[in-house]
Design a protein around this ligand. Structure first.
Ligand SMILES: [Zn+2]
Ligand SMILES: [Zn+2]
Length: 237
């Protein structure tokens, strides 16, 4: 299984991450990746950079760094019972790449996240549904995965969750359902240190086990990735 992009990575801008943009790009380049997204947490999260971090990325950082095309993005938290994120839509609109993730219970601490994820699917600025196979923030896969597919949201298979938190079983279930409904997925490291970038061993094991087709893995080839960027109106990248 081959990969050309890692689209969920953190930098020292979030101080619980430990590498710089350049260090991350170097590892991505060394591993033969063509795209790398920088997706630090947003200002309303704990331990996140100031909003200026996001405003300044495009004008400060080389678009192509060590031969790797950079995507300037963010990982926002889903915090509202209405599926809203903890950052203004106008800020999201200015970013290349947006991941929406549940990091802690949304307001009201609901038992089920089906309606919340349905609302996130309708957020036009969200590209990726981050680490959604969480055992506490569950949703109806049969109902929502086809909606993610139809709204061009990528379901993330998150290597950090699989390997560090021993949630392989949860991601196996999610991947099986994505296969059933032909939902495109993206394999991401969620690296908080450069050496984790592009390390997808746990994910590869799961996807291989169920014969998950490479056509549905958006970051498995330049063609697949470019096709998705086009669908999302991001041909400029
Ligand atoms: Zn983090
Ligand atoms: Zn996250």
């Amino acid at each position: 299984m081959n990969f050309i992009a890692d689209t969920h990575t953190h930098t020292v801008a979030s101080t619980h991450a430990y590498s710089t943009v350049l260090e991350n790009a170097r590892v991505a380049a060394d591993r033969g990746f063509h795209y790398l997204a920088i997706t630090d947490h947003v200002p309303n999260d704990e331990d996140a950079p100031h909003i200026w971090h996001f405003h300044n990325m495009e004008r400060s950082i080389d678009r192509i760094l060590l031969g790797v095309k950079m995507l300037f993005g963010a990982e926002a938290s889903i915090t509202g019972a209405d599926g809203s994120l903890n950052i203004n839509l106008s800020e999201l609109a200015a970013l290349d790449w947006v991941i929406a993730s549940v990091h802690f219970p949304v307001e009201g601490n609901p038992k089920d996240y089906t309606e919340i994820y349905e609302a996130v699917a309708n957020n036009p600025w969200v590209d990726v549904i981050g680490h959604s196979a969480h055992p506490y923030y569950t949703y109806d896969y049969d109902k929502i995965l086809p909606v993610f597919r139809d709204k061009n949201k990528l379901v993330e298979i998150n290597e950090t969750q699989i390997s560090h938190k021993r949630r392989a079983q949860n991601y196996l279930e999610l991947a099986k359902k994505c296969l059933q409904y032909e939902v495109p997925v993206i394999v991401n490291s969620d690296a908080h240190f450069c050496n984790r970038i592009g390390e997808f061993n746990g994910t590869v094991k799961i996807l291989t086990e169920i014969n998950f087709p490479e056509e549905l893995i958006v970051n498995s080839s330049d063609d697949n990735f470019l096709r998705y960027l086009k669908v999302r109106g991001k041909e400029y990248l």
